[in-house]
Each structure stands twice: as C-alpha cells, then as structure tokens.
Design a protein around this ligand. Structure first.
Ligand SMILES: [Zn+2]
Length: 364
C-alpha cells in the first residue's frame, strides 16, 4: 500500500500535480490510498468526481490535473481509496508529508509529468458517451492493426504488397458462405468480444479475466484463437488442411492471418507455381470452413475428435456445394484435386448418386 498525503486547500493544484506523479510511479496493481486533509482534493477525486466530469470541472482548482488523475486512476487495475484525514496535527502521516514537502520546496518534480492515455480522459461528458468513443477509437486501431498484419503475412509469400481494398473485396467471393463472410469481417474489425476489448474498457475484474486466454496467459484475440492458442486444436486443423492440400499435389500453402482472411489473393510458398483460379477458390472454401471449425470448437478436444470434426465439416461443405452447385457449375473442377479416388469417380459425380464422394484422408 502506498499512502500519499496532501495538505492545505490553497496548494491543491500543486498537490494534485504531486499525486499525478506519484500515481504514475506506482506499480499498476498496487492499491493506492490517497489520504488527504484537503477538502478540495477529497471532493474532486472522491465523491464529486463523476459530477464534475459530467459538468466539465467548472471552476475546480487544478481541473487539468484532476482530469489527468482521474484518467490515471481509471487506467489502473485496482481500486483507489480517497480518504479524508481528520485531526491533522496528531497524524504521523501528515507530519511526515509536511516535512517531505518542506524539503522538496523549489525543487523540480522528481518524475516527468506525462499526459495520460487519451482513451482514459474524460472531458465534460457522460461516462456512457466516453465509453462509446473509446470503443470506436479502439475499434479503428484494431482494424488497422489487423489489416496491416494480414497485408504483412500476404507479403511473406508475394513480391508485391496487396491493398486493404483487395482484402475487403475478396471477402465478397461467392465461395465464402454468408456466415463465414461475417466471421471474417468481424475478425478483421476485432468485432468479437476478445481480449483487448475486455481489458481496455471499464469492466469488472471478472469480465477482464475473460479477456485473457487462461491456457496460454495471452490476451485473447481472434488472431490468437485462430493461429496461436494451444488449447483448441487450431494447429491440428491447419495441419489437416495443409496436408490434404499438398498431398493432392497442389502448390504448398501456409495458413496464417493473411492467407486465411484474404484467401483469394494469397500466394503459395516461394518456389511453388502460382495457384490456378479453381485452386484459389478451393483454398478460399477450405480455409473459411476451417475458421468455422475452430470458432465452434470451444473447449479442448482429443485429436480424434478434432480430426473427425474437420472431415465432417469439409465433407459437409462439399455436399452443400454439390447440392447447390455453388460457383456456377465449377464444383467438379474446384473440388476434384482433394477427393478420394478422384480418378474413379463417375462423370456425373456432382449431381449423380456418388454418395461416397469425400475428401481424401491425409496420410500424416
Ligand atoms: Zn490460448
């Protein structure tokens, strides 16, 4: 516990500056108790804080510091207690604060005064409005970050850099079914209530805990869930995809944030030939189905369960495409490379009775 003691109303502004510096220099996680004899400070940072924030701190001494302190406190993980101390003369805390203040008189502050993070600042607005604004700013940042990450990953296997416009346009592919398109769009906007969102907003500790992947002790983002989490078998799902893919003799592809969120413009690994149009469509279909398997997976499963779910999902999609002839009658050309016994299939297998048509099992 750290106790900051302040005194005397006339010095409220200087004291608030001192409080600011001290809060900044206190580990985020330690509980701060602000003990003060100052009526102004007790009021400003305690009972009246919300009211004054809403009203824009009219005529409040040291309003600039008060706003900054409120922002600093809001950015902390723990609660801060603002306490009124009476009987100042006999309180040892007050005595030691007084002598420390005397010694520091005329000295520059021992710490730089930095501006707090914008998202924790409140300027004469209702908290609800602040939340929405913060949310919007965070969302724009998240989208930009996610898009840059996708473009970086795409560039890993390409000599030119794709554009955001191409990525967004790619999501409209007719080979991406509606639910999967929504998932990709939301993943790019970080629209799911994953990690960063929970941690940044003013939510209770219980909710904040949900922002962390308990298995990996990482901030839970869609990127983490799809490609980095050790819990839900994502690694296995992508391995099944890339095995089936390369065993079909198709140019080697790797599944990542770029090749999965922009499957239609992803390039094979270096040294491989470019994908044909039908191969691009197949990659788009399969990756978006993998997304769904991972998304719906939830808790941990055994390797056998993950494998079975994967084949069931891919064969389910194949059956859907056969039924609906999605993709202007190109179903046969798109799917053929990865099918079981592809050389022995009847000519009309798409519409005909080929009930046993399915994806070839990966050897590994
Ligand atoms: Zn994880």
């Amino acid at each position: 516990m750290i106790t900051i003691t302040t005194e005397d109303d006339s010095l409220a502004e200087h004291e608030m500056q001192a409080i600011r510096g001290n809060i900044r220099n206190t580990t985020n996680g330690a509980t701060i108790t602000l003990s003060t004899t100052s009526f102004t400070i007790n009021n400003t940072l305690g009972s009246k804080l919300k009211k004054w924030e809403d009203e824009g701190f009219p005529d409040v001494p040291g309003a600039h510091h008060a706003k900054a302190i409120a922002a600093e406190l809001r950015a902390r993980k723990t609660h801060t207690l603002v306490r009124d101390i009476e009987h100042a003369a006999i309180n040892p805390l007050v005595q030691s604060a007084k002598s420390a203040a005397k010694n520091a008189l005329g000295q520059p502050p021992p710490w730089p005064v930095r501006e707090p993070q914008e998202c924790f600042m409140v300027d004469g607005m209702k908290l609800a409005i602040r939340k929405i604004k913060t949310h919007k700013t965070d969302q724009r940042e998240a989208t930009r970050w996610n898009m840059e990450e996708a473009l970086d990953r795409l560039q890993d296997t390409s000599e030119s850099r794709a554009t955001a416009k191409e990525v967004w346009r790619g999501m409209k592919s007719p080979h991406i079914i509606k639910g999967a398109r929504g998932f990709m769009w939301l993943a790019m906007h970080d629209g799911y209530m994953t990690g960063d969102r929970w941690l940044k907003t003013n939510m209770s500790e219980e909710y904040k805990e949900r922002g962390m992947c308990k298995n990996c002790i990482q901030v839970e983002s869609m990127n983490h869930i799809l490609f980095h989490c050790e819990e839900i078998g994502q690694e296995m799902i992508w391995k099944l995809l890339t095995s089936v893919w390369s065993e079909a003799g198709l140019p080697k592809m790797s599944a990542n944030w770029g090749s999965v969120l922009a499957p239609g413009i992803a390039s094979p690994e270096s040294g491989e030939r470019p994908l044909t149009g039908h191969e691009r469509r197949l990659w788009t279909i399969l990756t978006t189905e993998c997304d769904r398997v991972i998304e719906e997976q939830g808790e941990a499963h055994t390797a056998v369960e993950v494998t079975n779910r994967w084949y069931a999902a891919m064969n389910g999609r194949l059956a859907l495409d056969r039924r609906t002839r999605r993709g202007a009658g190109n179903v046969a050309k798109i799917w053929l490379p990865i099918l079981n016994d592809r050389d022995r299939l009847p000519e009309d297998w798409v519409l005909g009775g080929g009930g046993l048509v399915g994806i070839r099992k990966a050897s590994g």
